[in-house]
Structures are given as structure tokens and as C-alpha cells.
Design a protein around this ligand. Structure first.
Ligand code: XP7
Length: 321
């Protein structure tokens, strides 16, 4: 009767938890409302899923982790836990189009978006901890993001750790003919996909390859030509920036890496004017060194944590006395 109708109407009008009719809650690609997930909203209004590893006491430094193409920041949990145990406050997000963040899967209109979003997240965390030194750890494409982010704020970072960073194109995949064809195709069929990242080249540890293949938060489709073009543009930008890189960095690269040529790391190490730079080559190491054979993965964590803690500036009040 009318009393039922009026009571229903009353519920719908007064129930404030009901979202406004036009504003359905934004959900992650996996269907989870962002109101239930740690996230930031980038300058284009896209929601980026975030992870934080906060030490119990006063943190000694901030560490931003930039993941690579087609993956997400979840697989950096073990590394982040180790850094957290050293009283470092670690934070990361899934880049646009990756993992639990919004955006067209493994595609980007402009590589600069990854750098802009990283700076937004870094600035947010610096505003919460204004006196802490800031480090960046980047892997593969995340290494390119880290390099270009540090180049935009050359004095802001206490150090940058690069694990098999994308600095140069792989010469086999970037023959002049293939580059020419990619540029041509980009104008005609930008959404055409090239081959996908072959997971067997990620690690010599079969369990790690299996975990990567089974992880549904990874993107396993083909690489769009337009995305490849953005990666090429980033490589060209880095080539121009290397002669002005003067911030401290640590490079870790496997010499059996088939996805990001080690030559890029050698060129960066040999040609950057930085006076505080170190390169460690892992003989036989594959691309995802932090997930390579156990002894390599262990060594990477040790190198990285040692280098970062050695690069935390002694504060005048505490350690120097
Ligand atoms: O643990 C993990 C899981 C994911 C992986 C990271 C992968 C990653 O980020 N890569 C590797 C592939 C590389 C291809 O590069 C190009 C391709 C076409 C092109 F036209 C120009 C370029 Cl430069 C870009 C960087 N690591």
C-alpha cells in the first residue's frame, strides 16, 4: 500500500550511504571500490592503487619503488619488508594501466605521465615527512621512470637504485629496420600489438617465472606499437640526460639479460658525471635480478639495503656526535 511506498521513498531519500545516482563508486579493474583500497588520484583523475610499508618507530628515510612494464608493485613486498625492517618507510603505486590502477592496460599516451604521477606520490609522502631523505628503487621500465624522475628533481634524491633498468633498446629488437617499421606502424596501426614479454627470460628460477605467469595482476597480452614508441621516446630522453646525471646511483644488472640490454647500464655508469656511482654485474643473471636464483636475489637485497643505509645522510643531531 501507500505506507510501504512512502517508507521505501523515505529510505532512499534519507539513506546517505547510498551513492548519488550519477556517481557510482569508482572500482579497480578487479572490481574493488577504491574507497576500500589505498590510492591516490592522478592529475588525469585516474585512481592509482598504492602500497605502504611503514616501520614502527620514526622512519629514517623514504623509499619509492617504481615497478616495470606489465607488472605491479605487489612483487616488491619482500624487498619492501627488508627495507621496513631497517626503519625505512617504503611506498609504491601501480602505474597507470597496470595492476589495480585505472587506465588502458600497459599503454600510455605519454611516458611523462608515469614520471608526473611518481612525483605526485613522492611529494605527498615528503609533505608528511618533510625532513626525511628520499630514495627511489626502479626495475626495468621502472628504472627509466626512476632516472627521468631524478633528472627532473636533480637535488631531491639521496640516491637511486636501478635493477636492470631500461636505458637502451635491446639491439636485436631495435634494428634500424624494426625501429623504422615501428614508427611507420605507429602512424597506421598504433594499437597493433607486437610480441609480449617472454617470461622465460625474466629469471633462471622456474618458480619465479611460474609465479609471474600465474599472477593475474600482470598484463600478459602483446605490447602495443604505441606503447613501444613511448618506451623508445623514454630511451631517447635518457640518452640526452645521461651527460647531466650527477646524483648518486647504484646499478645492478645481469649480463645474460635479454629484455634490457646491460649496455645501457654500462653507458650510464661510464658517461654520467656523478661522483657517487656504482655498478655491480651479475654473471649469468637474467632480467628480474631480484627474482633470479636465490643466491642472486639475496645478493641484490643485500647490495640494495647496504647501499641505501650507507647513503642516508648523518643528521647533525644524532649519529655525528
Ligand atoms: O619482473 C618483471 C616482470 C616484468 C618485467 C619488466 C618488463 C619491463 O619493464 N621491460 C622489459 C621489456 C622492455 C621492452 O622494451 C621495448 C619494447 C619495444 C619497443 F619498441 C621499445 C622498447 Cl624499449 C621494456 C622494459 N620484470
Amino acid at each position: 500500500g501507500s505506507d510501504v511506498l512512502s517508507s521505501l521513498l523515505r529510505v532512499s531519500v534519507t539513506d546517505s550511504s547510498m551513492p548519488e545516482p550519477g556517481a557510482a563508486p569508482r572500482r579497480s579493474p578487479q572490481g574493488v571500490p577504491y574507497s576500500d583500497l589505498p590510492h591516490i588520484v592522478n592529475a588525469d583523475g585516474l585512481h592509482l592503487f598504492c602500497r605502504y610499508w611503514e616501520p614502527a618507530g620514526q622512519p629514517r628515510a623514504l623509499v619509492f619503488i617504481a615497478h616495470g612494464a606489465g607488472e605491479h608493485c605487489g612483487p616488491y613486498d619482500e624487498m619492501a619488508q627488508k627495507l621496513k625492517e631497517l626503519s625505512l618507510l617504503v611506498f609504491a603505486h601501480d602505474h597507470v594501466g597496470h595492476g589495480q590502477s585505472e587506465g588502458d592496460r600497459m599503454n600510455i599516451k605519454d611516458f611523462q605521465i608515469y614520471i608526473r604521477d611518481s612525483l605526485q606520490h613522492i611529494d605527498l609522502m615528503k609533505s608528511r615527512h618533510p625532513d626525511l631523505p628520499v630514495f627511489i628503487v626502479g626495475h626495468s621500465m621502472g628504472g627509466a621512470i626512476s632516472i627521468l624522475t631524478a633528472c627532473e628533481r636533480p637535488g631531491d634524491f639521496a640516491g637511486v637504485v636501478l635493477i636492470a633498468p631500461l636505458v637502451q633498446m635491446n639491439p636485436e629488437s631495435a634494428t634500424p629496420f624494426k625501429v623504422f617499421m615501428a614508427k611507420l606502424l605507429n602512424h597506421m596501426l598504433p594499437s597493433l600489438t607486437m610480441g609480449s614479454i617472454e617470461s622465460k627470460w625474466l629469471s633462471r628460477d622456474k618458480r619465479q617465472v611460474a609465479a609471474y605467469d600465474a599472477d593475474e595482476l600482470n598484463y600478459h597480452g602483446g605490447m602495443r606499437v604505441s606503447f613501444g614508441m613511448q618506451l623508445m621516446a623514454a630511451v631517447e630522453r635518457m640518452e640526452r640526460e645521461i651527460p647531466s646525471i650527477s646524483w648518486p646511483f647504484l646499478l645492478l644488472h645481469g649480463d645474460a639479460d635479454k629484455l634490457c640490454d646491460i649496455r645501457g647500464s654500462r653507458i650510464m655508469h661510464d658517461n654520467s658525471p656523478s661522483t657517487d656511482k656504482k655498478i655491480k654485474i651479475y654473471e649469468g643473471g637474467y632480467h628480474a635480478l631480484h627474482h633470479d636464483l636465490p643466491e642472486v636475489a639475496e645478493s641484490v637485497l643485500k647490495e640494495l639495503t647496504t647501499w641505501i643505509t650507507e647513503h642516508i645522510p648523518a643528521t647533525t643531531s644524532q649519529e655525528v656526535q
